[in-house]
Every structure is written in C-alpha cells, then in structure tokens.
Design a protein. Sequence first.
Length: 431
Amino acid sequence: MTALSVLIGVLVAGMLLRMPIGFSMLASGIGYLLVKGQDLGLLAEQVSNGMYNSYVLLAVPLFVFAANIMNAGTVSERIFDFCRILVGRMRGGLAQVDIMVSVVFSGMSGSAIADAAGPGLVTIRQMLNKPEYPRGFAGAVVVASATIGPIIPPSIPMIIYALVSGASVGALFLGGLVPGLLMAVLMMVVVHVIATKRNMPREAKIPLRDWPAILFRGALPLSLPIVLLGGIYSGAFTPTEAAAVAALHALILAGVVYRSLTWRSFWGVVMESTRGSAVITLILAGSFMLNYAFTAEGVPQAMALWVDSMHFSQLNFLLMVNLLFLVLGCFLDVSVLLLVFVPMLLPAASLLGIDLVHFGVLVVLNMMIGLITPPFGMLLFVTKALTGIPIGEMMKEGWLFLVILVLFLLAVTVFPQIVLWLPQSMGYVTH
C-alpha cells in the first residue's frame, strides 16, 4: 500500500508541477519499483512488451499523419464548399456547414483536435467575416462539432480503448456511427434555434451551373470514409491497415491530385505528426507501467469487489462512471483517462455484464464532453490559440451545446441499443 501511495503521490506531484504527463507516469512507476525493492529493468520490460506486442497501436500515428496531411492541403476547403451546397441555405448557414463538415471530416481523421484545427478554422474565418456571427458563437460551434470526430469512425480514442479492453475495433467503429450522426443532428437543431432567434443569415444560393465543379472537387476526399469502412467490413484490410490506407489516400490527394503540398509543407506535416505521435507514445509507455502497478496491487479486482458489494445495477454503475469521467475530464487528458482509469473499471464492468462496445463508446463520449469543459478543456485552448477568441466568450455562447451533449450522454447510457444496434445488425457478437 505504501508503494501505491508513492506512485499516486509522484504522479499527482508531476502533474501539479506541469511536467509532461508521460514523464510523470514513468517517474511514478520508477518510484513504485524503488519502494517495492524491485529491479528497475521491470519498467523497460513492461513498456517494451506493451508497445511491441500491440499491432493495433500502429494505427494511431498513421491516422495522425493522415489528418495533418489533409489539413496541410486543400482538402478542408473542398469539403467546406461541398457541405455549403448541402446545408448552406439553412438559417445560420455557416454554422450548419461547420457541423456537416465535422461529420465528413470525422470519417477521415478520428481526431477532435485535427477537426478543430483544420476544417474548424476554415469555418471560423468565414463566420468572423460576417457581423451576424458573434465570435464566441463561431468558436462554440466549432468546439462542439469537433467532438463528433472521435465518435464517428475511424477514431483514435476507440483504438486506444480497444487496446486496453480487448474489444473489437470494428465493432467499436460501428457502435460510434449512430451516436455520432445523432450528435450532429442535435447540434444542427441547436444552431437552428439560436440562428432563428437571432435572425442569422443563410448562405448565398450557389448557381446550379457551379454544382458539378464543386461536387467533383469534394468527391475524392469524400471517398475516403467509404474506402476505409468498406475495406474494414468487407475484410479487405484490418483497422490498422486502414490507417495506412488513409495516410496514403490523403498523401496522394494533397500531393499528386491537388498539388497543394510542397516539400516544405510536407516536411512540416512529418514533424508535426512525429511530435503528436511521440506525445501519445510517451503516455502509452507510462500507462503500461502504471497498469502493471495497479494490477500488482489488486486495484481493478478491489474495484470489482466493491461494486459487487454495493449491489450496483448496470445503470447505476454506468451513471457513476459518467459522473466520474465528466469530473475528471475537466482536468485530465483523454489519453490519461483511457489508459489509467478505464483499465481499473473494466473488471467491474465485465462483472456486471456490461457490453464492452457500449462501455467504450460511452467512455469516449464522456471524454469528448471533457474536451469542451472548463477549466482545462483542450478544444477550448486549441481554438483560442488558433483564433484568439476568449474561452469565456465561447463558454457563454456554447452552454446549450454542452447541455445537449450531457443529455445525449444520458440517453446513450439508458438506451444501449443506440450504440449496439448497428454492430448487432452487422453480425458482431455483442450482448
């Protein structure tokens, strides 16, 4: 117990001192081994075994690379023009376009940050050019719609969840599709209500003669989600191989077809993708050591026994998990929640007979809400850094989106079929 206290103490101290979370996790693991009197080489063994025995992890840097390629090229602008035809004539047209763009981009990147930094930035700039759109509202729409990214497949957080839970990546991707589309519909309803009340403008009507060119410009990027999901569920390639297909598809589009990627910008993409992947990898490395320590100390088993002794129903347990992650999501990174806290809860979820696909989508949805919740919502900080819009203004305009997402989270908790219907219909074994 002393060793576990040291581990937690070092981890918390590192975070309070603003040490990179991956280093804090590794340092806490070293402290644990020292107190236990175990060989420090065990740290390298746990990290190496965890990293090199996880084929699914290869998908993470590849999807990061694909998203960065698309943001560096003109793919975001082409998707924006395509979606403007679809929903631009609705009241508050630019805000509606942003939500539709997020849906399309979600099928390519799997990252909320990439969504906000790429297509989100395009639509914010468009909205800020029109006085009818307050800058806080523009930021709030982009921040809220970016949460759709990791819910609609492919999804980087779901890949990491599959790593720690053993759940099927394919089933998780299918499980996120319906909730992601429903999130988009709810957000569009919120925008419609606000835009009607404030008499926000519709986008100018695009002449019919311009439609073929715009549709053709957007057709190739839009083909990527079809290729990815079609390949995965037809058995042509695995989800990990799908990430490589996505990266190659994005590279060919931006570099060869559109010729919008110079060698300089390509090198920038490589460096940015390397940095982003390194951060995730470092957190993963630390998590393997932490999970070893928690397992050795019997924490997951103790959690399962406590849940059993409290006679929780499935619903009560899931509501408790929601509350836990909604609070922790205000302060901690998504990767930390997935890699440290989820493994401690999985035995209890299994004991109660909760489907791991439902649990996974629920957990990721919780974490997406955390990304837009103060004081440390990552999407809020990313959008502020890119646009200069104060976080307070975004929160003042975005509270209704937050309420709708929390209510939707409650609906997904109470009605698991929102998640499980599609995986069951496609023949995946879920209960």
